[in-house]
Design a protein around this ligand. Structure first.
Ligand code: ADP
Length: 577
């Protein structure tokens, strides 16, 4: 574990105090010693100058015994040692020793200084006495000439004792200072580390989700600002958290109120969230947190989810499960790697649709026989009708024909839409099929003075399709082209790529206004009702075409401009197996 902030602050203070005291001690010892030696040197100088007054006349008269007496007296009084050295360096008189046994002093530093006319000082370590000695030497003049030197010296032993004593006192003081400052820094560190510690505890509480905790720092410094900011922040987070929870609750309520089944899947297929409707569909109220394949037993739905999750794309599909029809939709959220799944129960709609279809089929069936009879009798009547009667019979015949057409088209559509319907696939020569259809319109084309061109790239391979249904497609499209073209050319082009066969039917007719194009494949949708009726149209031709192309898993596109013609492009897979 790392060191606490308290011990760090305290340790820091301790180190600083220790360094400061150590420097203080060294500095004070040094300056005290220097000051002491300087003062002592001054005192010795004064003693020397004073003694010189008595020494000079006696020295001049060479009164050695008197000098000896004077020196001893002065030495005793001043607690020093006095020595007189002559010009040759020989000791003449000394207050303590017999001069005869003393060395020549000429080479000593302080003596040399004094002989050159100055006051010489020296601090030396005496090997014999194992002590420091302080020397001050002054010249003894006879007239203008230095004739000898008076040296006053003193043991420094006293300084050491004094400094020793001082050292002891200072050390005591230092220790007391250290303890006092340590105690102060202890209090200070505590007052500094306590709020930091409290801030840490508070931050921990907030991190673990306790947004009610607050901190009150007594210090009026940056830590207080930090504490206040932390309190503010916590309050804001708490508000935000509450708001988020509320929003989550709201979202849950909204999701649960949706009639469709809804779930959010994680990337791994886990159900992160789902609504009540979905729980009802799968008859379980513990879907959340489970993997979808554990709870969704239906293969079709399960496979659908699997496909969407593995492809990470949006898919929408109609699925029948357990005698029920659903629209399944998955929207993939790339940013979160999650998918939103909705399951819309369309069973009832499907039933209504099927009832409607059955109704139309039944009505169409029921109407076919009477209509055929009306048409037949009208034809018979027409043979003998004259004048106005002939016109009325003509109208009856035309309308019954139109009704028969509608009924036939409706029956074709309902057959195509019925569940039992399936294509009868065979390998067909599509070029031949189109040409055979075109032949049926030879007469009409000639009548209108049009030109029909069929063109294809070479090597059109046979395709797998339902020839009867495709015939129906081309009949309807070529018939339309002829119906809605007054002059010009109708072109049919054929090509193939690796997978598909592409057929375009292009005319130079009246075209279709842009706003009608999106709805043109709808049942009974016609652009110009009277024109369509006049031309015997039912409005069902293009719906039948679209339906057949869809059954072939192909597509149909329309391009048209009013007044300049229409192009239908059909794309069908060449090998529908
Ligand atoms: P209809 O039996 O009325 O022709 P369709 O379903 O075949 O019904 O066509 C729907 C409508 O689309 C037509 O009424 C017509 O207005 C328009 N239409 C279809 N083909 C063409 C075309 N080649 N040129 C212009 N209009 C067309």
């Amino acid at each position: 574990m790392g060191k606490s902030i308290f011990s760090k602050i305290l340790g820091g203070y301790f180190l600083i105090i220790l360094i400061v005291i150590a420097f203080l001690l060294i500095f004070s010892f040094h300056s005290i010693k220097t000051h002491y030696i300087n003062t002592l040197t001054e005192t010795l100088k004064n003693h020397a100058e004073y003694a010189l007054l008595g020494v000079t006349p006696l020295f001049k008269d060479n009164k050695i015994t008197d000098l000896q007496e004077l020196l001893v007296k002065t030495a005793n009084k001043t607690n020093t040692r006095l020595t007189i050295i002559d010009k040759s360096g020989k000791v003449l008189v000394d207050s303590e020793e017999n001069p005869d046994i003393m060395d020549n002093h000429r080479s000593r530093h302080e003596i040399k200084e004094a002989f050159s006319g100055n006051t010489g000082t020296s601090l030396r370590y005496s090997n014999t006495l194992k002590k420091y000695m302080l020397y001050v030497a002054v010249p003894i003049y006879a007239g203008n000439e230095v004739k000898g030197v008076l040296r006053v010296s003193m043991f420094i032993r006293d300084i050491d004792t004094l400094i020793g004593m001082l050292k002891k006192n200072i050390m005591h003081m230092a220790i007391i200072l250290l303890i006092v400052t340590l105690m102060i820094s202890l209090l200070f560190s505590k007052s500094l580390s306590k709020p930091i510690k409290e801030l840490g505890i508070m931050a921990n509480k907030v991190a673990s989700g306790d947004f009610s905790s607050r901190i009150f720092i007594k210090n009026k410094d940056e830590l207080k600002t930090l504490g206040d900011n932390l309190n503010n922040m916590t309050e804001k987070i708490s508000n935000l958290f509450n708001e988020l929870s509320l929003q989550k609750e709201e979202l849950k309520t909204i999701i649960n109120s949706i009639a469709e089944g809804l779930a959010v899947f994680g990337e791994d297929g886990k159900i992160i969230m789902c609504n009540k409707a979905l729980e009802e569909i799968f008859k379980s109220n513990t879907l959340e947190g489970k993997l979808y394949w554990e709870v969704i037993r239906d293969n079709a739905i399960s496979n659908f989810i699997k496909q969407a999750l593995s492809k990470k794309t949006n898919i929408i599909n109609e699925i029948t499960s357990d005698n029920k029809n659903y629209i399944c939709n998955i929207v993939f959220l790339n940013a979160r790697n999650e998918a939103i799944f909705t399951l819309h129960d369309i069973t009832e709609l499907k039933q209504i649709e099927s009832v409607k279809k059955d109704f139309v089929t039944n009505v169409s069936h029921e109407m076919r026989t009477p209509l055929t009879a009306i048409k037949g009798f009208a034809e018979t009547l027409k043979e003998n009708a004259r004048g106005e009667d002939a016109h009325y019979v003509d109208v009856i015949q035309k309308h019954s024909e139109r009704l028969i057409n509608i009924v036939n088209d409706l029956l074709v559509l309902s057959r195509l839409e019925s569940r039992s319907f399936s294509l009868e696939l065979s390998s067909i020569d599509i070029m031949k099929l189109i040409k055979d259809v075109a032949v049926m319109f030879d007469e009409k084309i000639k009548e209108k003075g049009l030109d029909l061109q069929i063109d294809a790239v070479s090597n059109i391979k046979p395709i797998k399709a339902d020839p009867f249904r495709l015939e129906q497609v081309f009949i309807n499209l070529i018939d339309n082209s002829i119906k809605y073209t007054e002059k010009g050319i109708i072109r049919i082009d054929l090509s193939q790529d690796e997978k598909n066969t592409i057929i375009t039917i292009k005319d130079t007719g009246i075209g279709i206004p842009k706003e009608h194009l999106p709805r043109i494949f709808e049942r009974f949708y016609v652009v110009d009702k009277s024109r369509s009726r006049k031309l015997g149209g039912t409005g069902l031709g293009l719906s039948i075409v679209k339906h057949i192309i869809n059954l072939h898993k192909g597509g149909i596109d329309i391009e048209s401009r009013q007044g300049s013609g229409t192009t239908f492009t059909i794309t069908i897979p060449s090998d529908l197996s």
